[in-house]
Ligand binder design. Structure first.
Ligand SMILES: Nc1ncnc2c1ncn2[C@@H]1O[C@H](COP(=O)(O)OP(=O)(O)OP(=O)(O)O)[C@@H](O)[C@H]1O
Length: 122
């Protein structure tokens, strides 16, 4: 049987986690703001369903990766407050994951937007 109270609590904690990261992490704020701008621009350009789906996947991945990056940072800080090469490697690798996907997100974004922008300029 579905435990509704537990399910509701899980959502509540997840939203608390997102709100906390939004408050404390500048990068997450910037990515969220950019995502909103990009989505409204896509609507204004009358994106097809397929373009919209790809856009939502990419935006979702960027924001989810940003949350995971913060989770790793916090976990490392919980394990040690001291300078440690493994702490550096863990945090840098997590930041690298965000950077790698962000670079590809920009490339995908250009590919998604270029045609609708050109056709509106014609
Ligand atoms: N305990 C540690 N030992 C060694 N190097 C660390 C340690 N903590 C952080 N660093 C280094 O400092 C960098 C910045 O770490 P920090 O925890 O300040 O994250 P941040 O850059 O502030 O991330 P964000 O701005 O997303 O919170 C890390 O990427 C890592 O290279």
């Amino acid at each position: 049987m579905i435990k509704w109270k537990k399910l509701f609590s899980s959502f509540k904690y997840a939203f608390e986690g997102i709100a906390e990261v939004f408050k404390s992490e500048q990068n997450f704020k910037i990515h969220t703001l950019l995502s909103v701008i990009v989505i409204f621009t896509a609507i204004a350009l009358d994106f097809s369903s397929l373009r919209m789906i790809v856009l939502f996947i990419v935006i979702g991945m960027v924001l989810a990766l940003e949350l995971l990056n913060t989770a790793i940072e916090k976990t490392v800080d919980l394990v040690t407050q001291n300078i440690h090469p493994l702490a550096k490697q863990a945090k840098d690798a997590a930041a690298g994951a965000v950077l790698v996907f962000s670079i590809f997100a920009v490339i995908i974004g250009i590919l998604l937007f270029i045609e609708p922008i050109i056709s509106i300029l014609r």
